[in-house]
Design a protein around this ligand. Structure first.
Ligand code: FES
Length: 149
């Protein structure tokens, strides 16, 4: 069995990044596969995954909500946006709800600061948000799901 020091760490990270791109997160199965591929103990691969914040261990929801916490959004109210979403969805930053419908993640600048405060849902940007506008967006997804879309 090798150690992380013996294998090219950059190759290990690249394999993990590729797997995360495919699956949206790093599952237990992915860790087992990669440990086998690199001939490493599971605990070593788990250690690398938990060390780097870029790796997610929780499967994302069908609707992946990213709350911008860059400077412009933070000043205008990203904390409130996150609190309203937490209340509406019952999940915290970094979590996915029980139905696998919504996941919530705070991120750095989403690149459209003039629209602050901003969220993105599956890559689509929603800006100049207030509580009413935010809840309308969330409810539209909930209604869509209830209608079986
Ligand atoms: S700081 Fe939020 S989009 Fe730039």
């Amino acid at each position: 069995m090798s150690s992380v020091a013996q294998v090219e760490k950059s190759n290990l990270i690249k394999a993990l990044q590729t797997r995360q791109q495919q699956d949206g997160y790093i599952s237990d199965e992915a860790i087992e596969n990669i440990a086998e591929e690199f001939n490493l103990p599971l605990v070593d691969v788990e250690g690398v995954v938990s060390f780097y914040t870029q790796f997610k261990r929780v499967a994302p929801g069908k609707y992946q909500i990213m709350v911008c916490d860059g400077t412009a959004c933070h000043i205008i109210g990203s904390t409130l946006i996150l609190n309203w979403l937490t209340d509406a969805l019952g999940i915290m930053d970094g979590e996915t709800d029980e139905d696998g419908l919504f996941s919530l993640e705070c991120v750095a600048c989403l690149g459209c600061c003039s629209l602050a405060p901003v969220i993105s849902v599956n890559g689509k940007i929603y800006g100049k948000l207030d509580r009413k506008k935010l809840l309308k967006i969330i409810n539209s997804f909930k209604k869509k799901e209830a209608a079986g879309a």
